[in-house]
Structures are given as structure tokens and as C-alpha cells.
Design a protein around this ligand. Structure first.
Ligand code: NAG
Ligand code: NAG
Length: 342
């Protein structure tokens, strides 16, 4: 006792305990969206809430058109129009707001927040969501860009490949529509994996933020799948699918093939695993495993954070994805982290 040799050890131990206990605030995003996580962090530093940080972070990505898969001017639908899906959730009150297939309005995440704060609903869709947004003061603007126009023109030139139809005539693998239902037995083939060659097709931003008081919020924003069938709404604006937040347990957000992932409510599932005390990385993995039982090569990933600021991620190994990159910002670091897919 009192040996000077022990002093550095004790200091080192208490320093690491201090770090472990001060992992809040925390901001995590899907994909290496540096500017989004930085914006979320800055929002917290200037006194904003977790909810504000999610809104500002996702908004940053909408303005930057992150990888062409968030915001205007990307992933046109079959008619050549870009439409947006977004949601935001308050883990203190369990309020949520979302928009699906939002047309002609650029700030999808802000409209989602307006749905939460100015209506008793949780999800507005399509043309009526745009009307709501305009009434709330959001400008109506064309979301088309030269890039989205040329993506659409290329798709028409490739006989509308890829597309998301099955069991129709004419054969959707070789022809454009309009399609009619095929007569006779339905094929068991799940076309969706064959249709997705391009990883930059569905990199939704999902964001989880916990402020220093432990308030948890989550949100998403995306322009969905390229060449989606008009009217398609993915997982992103669906509570428990695209994201989920509960300040008594944690939060999660998903990215990938929303059409499949939403059937498993992965964000809700992961938060429930964390509520049971399972560590965030493991909670993400267990959730991905459940989907893989049915869709072994699904393209998808999940970020998870528990209420004390532990975090992790997991992804499903597919031809398009073997590693998943995500961003983490907390008092001890800002880093792009990588997990190997399972
Ligand atoms: C889009 O294309 C048109 C016609 O080629 C061109 O005049 C215009 O400057 C382009 N706009 C942008 C933003 O590149
Ligand atoms: C949160 O996760 C961290 C890191 O895995 C873990 O050390 C901590 O005990 C977890 N907190 C809770 C409340 O489960």
C-alpha cells in the first residue's frame, strides 16, 4: 500500500471509469455521413435537444443529397419523380411523426417533425402530406435534377430494368409496363435480391441521438429505392422499422432493403433486446439474424445505442455489402467505424 508504482495504475483505472461513465451525449448515424453527425453534435453543443440534433443532422444530409439517396434529385420512381420518406421519434414521450412518398418538398425530416408537433397523427403520405407541408409553410419545389432525369432516361432505355414487379405480364424481367397480373400459379422467387445490384441505391440516413440528460431521439430520411413503383413507401417512416427511440431503453435505426426489413420491425426489436440488458452490438446482430432466417442474403444494416451511451452496429452479408460503415460522435471521439457483416 502506498507504493508509488500503483499510482499510475489507479489513475488509469479511474480515468477509464470516468470515460465509460461519460459516453453521453452520443450521436450515431448509418453510413459515413460525416457532415450529418457533425451537425447533430453542433446542435447539441449549442443547447439543442436530442430531437433537434436528429432533425438538424438528417436535414444536413437532405441538403447535401448524401450519396444521392437522401433528399431531392435522386432515386426517381418509375415516373421519374423523386419522393421522400422520413420520420422522427421522441423517446421521452413516445411521440413520432413521419411522411411517406412526400412530393415536391425538400425538407422531409422537418415535415415529419411538423406532423409530430402540429397534428395528433403519426404518419401522413403522398399528395396530402405535401399539402400539409405547404400549409405549414414549407416551399413547394421541383425535386427533379439533371441527375434524376438522366437516371430515369437510362432506366427507360434499359427496358425498365431493374424494377420491382413479379408475377405479371408482360415479363417484368424483359419488358416495361404497364403490367397486368399473371394468371396461374405465382412464382416463389423473391425478385428483390436479384434487382439490387447497386449499393448506392438505398443508403438511408438513420440517426440516433442521446443528449447529456439521457433523452433519446431517432430519425430517418431517404428518397427510397431507385425506380420504385409509384406509391411505394419503405421502412424509413415506419415507427419501429426505420427507427425507434425509447429513453428508458435506447434507440436503433435501420438501412437497407426496407421492403423486407419492415416486416421484422428491426429497430423496435433491437431496442427490446437492449431493454433486456443485451449489449448494443449484440442486439443489432440478433435482430439481423432473425431476418436472415428468411432472407439470408438480404442487404441491410442496423445501428443500436443503449440509454447509457453504449453503441454498436450489425449488417447482413450480401453480394453488395461485406462491411458496414457508420459514424459515432461522443465526448471521447468522433469516428467512422466499420463492422464486418454477419
Ligand atoms: C441541366 O441540363 C440543362 C440542359 O442540358 C442545362 O442547360 C442546365 O444547365 C443543367 N442544369 C444543371 C444544374 O446542371
Ligand atoms: C450499454 O452498453 C454498454 C456497452 O456495451 C454497456 O457497458 C452498458 O452496461 C450498457 N448499459 C445498459 C443500461 O445496458
Amino acid at each position: 500500500m502506498g507504493s508509488p508504482g500503483y499510482v499510475p495504475l489507479i489513475l488509469a483505472l479511474s480515468a477509464s471509469c470516468f470515460l465509460a461513465a461519460s459516453q453521453l451525449p452520443l450521436a450515431v448515424t448509418t453510413w459515413p455521413y460525416h457532415s450529418a453527425v457533425q451537425t447533430a453534435w453542433n446542435t447539441l453543443q449549442s443547447g439543442g435537444s436530442a430531437l433537434d440534433a436528429v432533425e438538424e443532422g438528417c436535414s444536413r444530409c437532405e441538403i447535401d443529397q448524401c450519396r444521392g439517396t437522401v433528399g431531392y434529385g435522386g432515386n426517381p420512381d418509375e415516373h421519374g419523380e423523386t419522393t421522400l420518406d422520413a420520420m422522427i421519434m421522441n423517446g421521452d414521450t413516445m411521440e413520432a411523426g413521419g411522411v411517406g412518398q412526400l412530393r415536391r418538398i425538400k425538407s422531409a425530416i422537418r415535415v415529419a417533425r411538423a406532423v409530430m408537433e402540429h397534428t395528433s397523427h403519426s404518419l401522413l403520405v403522398g399528395e396530402s402530406a405535401s399539402e400539409f407541408a405547404q400549409n405549414m409553410g414549407f416551399p413547394s419545389e421541383d425535386l427533379t435534377t439533371n441527375k434524376s432525369l438522366s437516371m430515369h432516361a437510362d432506366w427507360l432505355n434499359q427496358r425498365c430494368q431493374p424494377n420491382f414487379w413479379k408475377n405479371v405480364v408482360p415479363n417484368a424481367e424483359t419488358s416495361c409496363g404497364p403490367y397486368k397480373p399473371m394468371k396461374g400459379p405465382l412464382s416463389k422467387q423473391n425478385r428483390i435480391s436479384a434487382q439490387l445490384g447497386n449499393i448506392h441505391n438505398h443508403d438511408t440516413i438513420g440517426m440516433v441521438v442521446i443528449d447529456k440528460t439521457g433523452s433519446v431521439a431517432a430519425g430517418t430520411s431517404t428518397n427510397g429505392l431507385s425506380h420504385k413503383i409509384p406509391g411505394r413507401v419503405g421502412d424509413s417512416p415506419i415507427v419501429g422499422a426505420g427507427a425507434y427511440a425509447d429513453s428508458t431503453a435506447g434507440a436503433a435505426a435501420a438501412t437497407g432493403i426496407g421492403d423486407i426489413m419492415m416486416r421484422f420491425l428491426p429497430s423496435y426489436q433491437a431496442v427490446e433486446y437492449m431493454r433486456m440488458g443485451i449489449e448494443p452490438a449484440r442486439a443489432c446482430q440478433k435482430t439481423i439474424n432473425r431476418i436472415q432466417k428468411y432472407y439470408p442474403q438480404m442487404f441491410g444494416a442496423l445501428i443500436c445505442a443503449n440509454r447509457t451511451g453504449g453503441y454498436g452496429a450489425a449488417c447482413s452479408k450480401s453480394p453488395e455489402l461485406v462491411q458496414f460503415h457508420f459514424m459515432v460522435y461522443n465526448p471521447s471521439k468522433v469516428s467512422e467505424e466499420i463492422v464486418d457483416c454477419i
